[in-house]
Design a binder for this molecule. Structure first.
Ligand code: GLU
Length: 507
């Protein structure tokens, strides 16, 4: 195999959708799995769609997810510049080369004339009216005009485009790593615009020229670009670059959770989950779209989830670090069919990563949340705090649920009280509190006290345990009761229990 060099080539037209991040990820994994290079190229030929802030967003999203670029607009590289707008002078010569070799031509049609053509074809019941081999000879272009007229128009500075001259009826065949052989007849393709008189190439020409001059070995991109691939294959041929043409791999779509169509930018917040890696604020409308980072997802969980949208390792293993993915990833194991996004699975991944993190790290991550919630905590107890709370948390912030470990409950779970607090409950709790008071405050010792008390009094667990829990924590559920007591210590536990009995019997 030739030296692997891939590019992620987003257009800075807004926040990077998670489908775009997955494209970047599969490029990155493929590059790193093959000791190759991963480069970032900004495709900004369409200046009308340029959105301020979008480029920085792309950079930040790659950094957050841990994809390191080998070459990009900021660090540069041997094949720069890495923004198409800065490469503007490089494209014209190739458009000229295509005209000279008869594979492209100048077109002078105005937008009204193009509209008229489409109307005319519609009236003639042509299903998909386009500028193509069948109609080009009825239009205003260098194929229908004398060379003198073309020259005069060009010299007069008339606006023009350069269009590819699509062969009339030819099979274009190429092999896609994911899809196998793809075959398209050129009669279904149109004479795409390659270059405009403002000196800017369109996506198609710029993309081909850049991939060739940057020595890209594999083009890995979304399925939406598959229809453009035959044109790209032809352009490589017309420019005499067939030998150097990159291989193609078109990734499957990411579908909405119900499998009904492509997951779009609009779906996310409407369906209750982010579609963007990072929060995005639209600078013109002020509209804010949520992001995985701000929602509290770990980048490792987000990456792991994304990798499984379209790929699987062929084993039961589901948890993969970036390193693990690099070791396992194969493009051949990417499927053809669309992959449904699953919000619950995404949360599951986060939970798995949260559980696997060391308590000390989780404690550090929790501090800002404790501060924001104005919880006064004991720093040296944070590690045991997260140890108690992590099993029940999906996000770091969920561990605030255990704030009762640092502060007395301000109220008691209504449901538990109304179901469990009976006449005589006060006496039972008071008696067991006395027993606890005489015990050491290790979870096992407390458990033993509790069990023998139940036995002696012939009481069921359900008559005592929920009440102890609610008096100590205010909640109807939580981590093991005896762990909570051990955490609180004897003095605090006893005081909460006695205080609780008092307030419930008086109230
Ligand atoms: N600029 C295109 C995009 O925004 C890239 C397509 C390609 O990778 O060729 O998706």
């Amino acid at each position: 195999m030739r030296d692997v060099k891939v590019r992620f080539a987003p257009s800075p037209t807004g926040a990077l959708h998670m489908g775009g991040v997955r494209t970047a990820l599969f490029n990155y994994l493929f590059a790193k799995a093959n000791n190759g290079q991963f480069i970032l190229r900004i495709e900004d030929t369409d200046q009308t769609r340029f959105v301020p802030g979008a480029e920085d967003y792309i950079k930040e999203a790659l950094e957050w997810t841990g994809m390191h670029t080998d070459e990009d607009p900021w660090k540069g590289g041997e094949f720069g510049p890495y923004r198409q707008s800065e490469r503007k002078p490089m494209y014209r010569q190739y458009a000229d080369q295509l005209i000279e070799s008869g594979h492209a031509y100048y077109a002078f049609d105005t937008s009204e004339e193009l509209e008229e053509m489409r109307e005319r074809l519609k009236r003639a019941k042509v299903p998909n009216p386009q500028y193509n081999a069948a109609i080009r000879m009825t239009m205003k272009n260098s194929l229908t005009m004398s060379s003198d007229e073309v020259k005069t128009r060009l010299e007069a500075g008339e606006p023009y485009t350069i269009r590819v001259k699509m062969p009339r009826n030819e099979e274009v065949r190429f092999q896609d790593i994911i899809r196998g052989w793809v075959q398209v007849n050129t009669s279904s393709l149109d004479d795409k615009v390659l270059f405009k008189s403002d000196g800017m190439p369109t996506y198609h020409l710029a993309n081909i020229v850049d991939d060739y001059t940057m020595k890209i070995s594999h083009v890995i991109r979304g399925e939406e670009w598959l229809p453009s691939a035959p044109l790209h294959v032809l352009l490589y041929r017309f420019l005499g670059w067939e030998e150097e043409r990159p291989e193609f791999a078109h990734l499957p779509l990411i579908l909405r959770p119900d499998g009904n169509g492509k997951l779009s930018k609009r779906d996310g917040d409407r369906l209750g989950f982010p579609v963007f890696p990072l929060e995005w604020k639209d600078q013109t409308t002020g509209e804010v779209s949520s992001g995985y980072r701000e929602k509290g997802f770990f980048p490792e969980a987000f990456v792991n989830m994304l990798a499984f949208l379209g790929w699987n390792p062929g084993t039961e293993q589901e948890l993969f670090s970036m390193e693990g993915l690099i070791d396992t990833f194969k493009l051949e194991r990417v499927g053809k069919s669309g992959s449904k996004f699953d919000a619950d699975k995404t949360r599951w991944y986060n939970q798995q990563y949260l559980r696997s993190k060391p308590n000390t790290e989780l404690a550090e991550l929790l501090i800002p949340h404790l501060d924001a919630a104005s919880i006064v905590y004991e720093k040296d107890k944070l590690s045991s705090y997260v140890d108690l709370m992590k099993e029940r948390a999906v996000f770091v912030e969920d561990m605030l649920e255990g704030r009762y470990l640092f502060e007395k409950p301000s109220s008691y779970d209504e449901k538990t009280i109304s179901k469990k607090w009976k006449e005589g409950s006060g006496a039972i709790i008071s008696e067991i509190t006395t027993r606890f008071e005489e015990s050491s405050f290790e979870p096992q010792a407390l458990n033993d006290v509790f069990s023998s008390f139940l036995q002696e009094k012939e009481l069921g667990m359900g008559a005592v345990l929920p009440l102890l829990r609610v008096l100590l924590s205010g909640k109807g559920a939580g981590p093991s009761l005896f762990d909570i007591m051990a955490f609180l210590g004897k003095e605090e536990s006893v005081s909460r229990l006695r205080g609780g009995i008092q307030s419930l019997t008086n109230g």
